[in-house]
Design a protein around this ligand. Structure first.
Ligand code: PLP
Length: 422
């Protein structure tokens, strides 16, 4: 086991001053034993934990790292902007530049508003959908994550039934279920939320059926409601436009975050002219929403998205990762399910209902310097090279052999079992 004395000491201190020792999606409470909680460095494709152990990082900060941590062009744009203005009494001209850049790139968009986190953008989408015609009901796919606000957070603590009183749930990719949900909402239908693909935690991912995506558009039109694509997670890892361009559907609103500033805190809600007036009716803001440094980072990230082959490169690299894992699984006698886009890999084991094989595998890969998730989709970044993939596959090859040897003694995670039972 790698040295983890600093991590343990930090966890002990954190337990005194941070509720539960850590919270939210970056808590390692659900990760396999041995996953570090604290990191001191992130550079390119690598993260280094508090004890100096380095990993090839397939979580990419849960999405934001698109071009590589500290991409030199983006780092330069950040440093240059820091010398003039960041958060101040009014926004800088960059907010107009960035709105123009996004409207120029995203086909459905006529306007942009900026905020900090993906949850801000999805909350604004919800409010604008309701402000649009003063209607209340919003359709959301079961188990779809759109942020940690009371209307959608996946855990029940602190949430009232009233927070979700006007949400109607349907099964992703099920056109009939979507029609039925719209019927139930009737004249009160304000909006439909759509994830670009089904990217729920713990389960196989599924790409959107064209028919389903087009039905979502048609139903929104029929009911004079707004269609929202939540591109916070998948944005710019499926295409250089809103992800539902891949199925020929243009939403009224799209929510963006994560990759937008390549790690700088910025997110966005984009909309079309149909939703413009409703967007002027809601009051939303935040002390840091207008800060210029993250906007400078976002402008530079947009430029790299437009001008480089980052997406094609990530796709090729993602394919070789997927192919390599698939071959290793077969040669070691494991069934593997790899679903969703190759730029957002999801790797689950067959015959692994309590995830003990997946946990054992990720633990064994971590020991060899590769940071994978056993239950969440992962993220490719454009700094990944063929040699990173070769190093990764060396580690995963050895990890497969480890779990083949220890298969009979692998144990389910107590924390995960408790969560599933709850
Ligand atoms: C699809 C989706 N929407 C919204 C969010 C919320 O984004 P944030 O955590 O930046 O608030 C996330 C975060 O993972 C997400 O994946």
């Amino acid at each position: 086991m790698a040295n983890n004395s600093q991590d343990r000491a930090l966890r002990e201190r954190a337990a005194q001053v941070i509720p539960g020792g850590m919270y939210g999606h970056q808590s390692t409470a659900l990760m396999p034993d041995g996953f570090p909680q604290f990191f001191t460095k992130a550079e390119g494709t690598r993260i280094t934990d508090a004890d100096g152990n380095q990993y090839i990082d397939y979580m990419c900060a849960y999405g934001p790292n698109l071009m590589g941590y500290h991409h030199p062009d983006i780092a330069r744009a950040i440093s240059a902007q820091q010398t003039s203005i960041d958060a101040a009494t009014g926004p800088s001209p960059l907010i107009v530049d960035l709105a123009e850049a996004m409207v120029g790139m995203i086909s459905h968009a006529d306007w942009a508003m900026f905020c900090k986190n993906g949850g801000d953008a999805t909350m604004m989408a919800l409010m604008i959908a309701r402000a649009y015609r003063g209607k209340r009901k919003v359709l959301v796919a079961k188990n779809a994550y759109h942020g940690a606000m009371p209307w959608n957070t996946p855990r029940p603590g602190g949430v009232l039934p009233e927070d979700r009183a006007h949400l109607i749930y349907f099964d992703y990719n099920d056109t009939q279920a979507l029609e039925d949900a719209a019927n139930e909402a009737g004249n009160d239908l304000a909006g439909i939320f759509a994830a670009p693909f089904r990217h729920d935690t713990f389960t196989d991912q599924s790409m959107p059926d064209r028919e389903y995506a087009q039905a979502a558009r048609r139903i929104a039109d029929e009911y004079d409601a707004l269609l929202v694509v939540d591109d916070v997670r998948a944005g710019f890892r499926m295409c250089r436009d809103c992800s539902w361009e891949t199925v020929g559907v243009r939403p009224d609103l799209s929510a963006w975050g994560k990759v937008l500033g390549n790690g700088q805190p910025i997110s966005a809600l984009l909309g079309n002219d149909r939703a413009r007036e409703a967007a002027t009716k809601i009051f939303v803001t935040g002390s840091y929403w207008f800060a210029a440094v993250p906007m400078a980072a976002a402008l530079e990230t947009m430029r790299l998205i437009r001008e480089t082959d980052y997406l094609e490169h990530m796709t090729v690299i993602g394919q070789s990762f997927r192919k390599g894992l698939a071959e290793q699984a077969v040669s070691n006698g494991f069934g593997l399910r790899q679903t969703g886009p190759v730029t957002l890999p999801m790797v689950l084991f067959e015959d692994d209902p309590d995830f003990r094989i997946g946990y054992g595998f990720c633990q064994a890969a971590l020991k060899r310097g590769v940071y994978l998730s056993p239950y969440h989709n992962m993220f490719m970044n454009a700094a990944m090279t063929r040699s990173d993939i070769a190093l990764t596959l060396e580690a995963t090859g050895a990890a497969f052999e480890d779990i083949k040897r220890s298969r009979a003694s692998l144990k389910p995670s107590a924390a995960l079992t408790a969560l599933i039972d709850a």
